[in-house]
Design a protein around this ligand. Structure first.
Ligand SMILES: O=C(CO)[C@H](O)[C@H](O)COP(=O)(O)O
Length: 420
């Protein structure tokens, strides 16, 4: 049996394996993250890992520098962010964070990361948020008593957090924290939305979307990985939440979409965002590749038809299953040739292609910025050579992949009406 601290260290050590040279990494706050920093520093020393990091608190920034981990300001998107959690809701990976007082910066960093993961001991797993801990809510100092009164009126029984010297705890942002009770039977999402309507509330410790995975250390010495939803895994949960709040409406009947294009055209990002906004299932075709195909691509060898046919068959089966269930769905696959598109489409004439078209310069720049992806950049040439753009007899929405993901998704949903 391992104690809580060992469980934290085991989880942190496992998560440190996610870091590759060249990555820009977000560093959370707390005792579990302290183990992550140690594991990361050990990898930097042993393997010469070259990374840059953004810290969620003064304490983490200082500790990281002491350990020789390069820390810079958060100015650009992060490849990965790793943080602790106070509660992890089993089955949803919704979180409560902020017992360490760093919730605002932690949320900004989490939403800046392509992949946000948490590390924790098994005691953090709960059946419902609020079961074990209070919900930290960061309040602007100005009018804090007034905002506190509004939290009380909501039935959240707030208490100002106090520092060891008996004064109010002050965050790195100069704000105060009210720890609130999240009553059983109250929907966490509704409470979170209500809190965000109060001007004095700076941020809440509810992290309701965006956790791609949780690495949890158990008393038997194992670390188990729990995967978050596919939108979080694609790194677009935050964008989907924003688009939904903007009122991008689901389309009926639910469409069958295949997002196609060469490598680095943004297929996975756009596919996941479309599925999230339209509230339909999402499958990244990459996930349907066999291990042998992945290894071949990783080694820089283009796939041939023998490799591709079983994979295209799986894609076609998935599309048919969605049609059978009338669920709609978004599949992501390069589908570069007419033959491949005909194979996966079969008699599914309602399948609409979303063709992401980009200039070579845009695609090359994206490939140069990519890390940890199994498709090396030299395959771009072979893919461009193979590409047969969709014909006028194919149901297709072609968009310029140089636009922002949000603009692309809005444009596709706008034009879907003509196809349904
Ligand atoms: O949210 C946090 C700080 O604001 C921490 O991630 C959370 O409190 C977990 O801490 P620990 O790893 O010490 O258990």
């Amino acid at each position: 049996m391992t104690d809580t601290d060992t469980q934290k260290r085991n989880a942190a050590t496992e998560a440190a394996k996610l870091v590759y040279s060249g990555m820009h990494v977000g560093l959370g706050t707390g005792s579990t993250v302290a183990h992550f920093l140690t594991a990361l520093a050990a990898r930097i020393a042993a393997e010469g890992l070259s990374i840059s990091c953004a810290a969620t608190s003064h304490a983490t920034g200082q500790r990281a520098r002491e350990l020789g981990i390069p820390v810079i300001d958060l100015a650009q998107p992060l490849d990965l962010a790793v943080d602790g959690a106070d509660e992890i809701e089993f089955g949803s990976l919704r979180l409560i964070k902020g017992l360490g007082g760093a919730l605002l910066r932690e949320k900004v960093v989490a939403q800046s990361a392509h992949r946000f993961v948490v590390i924790a001991d098994q005691g953090k797993l709960v059946g419902r948020l609020g079961a074990h801990v209070k919900l930290p809510v960061e309040l602007a100092n100005f009018g804090a008593e007034r905002t506190f009164g509004r939290l009380t009126a909501l039935g959240l029984e707030p208490a100002f957090r106090m520092a060891a010297d008996g004064t109010r705890f002050v965050t790195d942002n100069g704000n105060v924290i009210a720890d609130c009770r999240l009553p059983a039977g109250r929907d966490a999402a509704a409470v979170g939305a209500a809190l965000k309507t109060m001007a004095g509330v700076v941020e809440t410790g509810l992290f309701l979307e965006g956790c791609a995975a949780a690495f949890v250390g158990f008393a038997d010495g194992t670390v188990r990985t729990f995967e978050g939803d596919c939108f979080a895994r694609a790194g677009v949960a935050g964008e989907i939440a924003t688009l939904r709040a903007l009122g991008v409406a689901p389309v009926f009947p639910k469409p069958l979409l295949a997002v196609m294009g060469v490598t680095a055209s943004g297929k996975s990002t756009i596919g996941a965002m479309l599925a999230g906004c339209l509230d339909i299932p999402f499958v990244d075709g990459d996930d349907l590749h066999s291990e042998a195909n992945r290894a071949k691509m990783h080694a820089g060898h283009p796939l041939d038809d023998n490799d591709r046919m079983p994979w295209l068959h799986r894609i076609a089966s998935q599309i048919r299953a969605w049609r059978q269930a009338s669920s709609g769905g978004v599949i992501v696959s390069s589908l570069l040739t007419r033959q491949y598109r005909d194979l996966v489409r079969g008699d599914c004439t309602e399948l609409v292609l979303v063709n992401l078209q980009g200039s070579r310069a845009v695609l090359e720049a994206r490939i140069a910025a990519r890390r940890g992806h199994f498709m090396p950049s030299r395959l771009l040439d072979s893919q461009i050579a193979l590409l047969e753009p969709p014909g006028s007899d194919e149901a297709v929405i072609t968009v310029d992949t140089g636009m922002t993901p949000t603009a692309i998704v809005e444009a596709v949903i706008d034009r879907l009406a003509a196809h349904t």
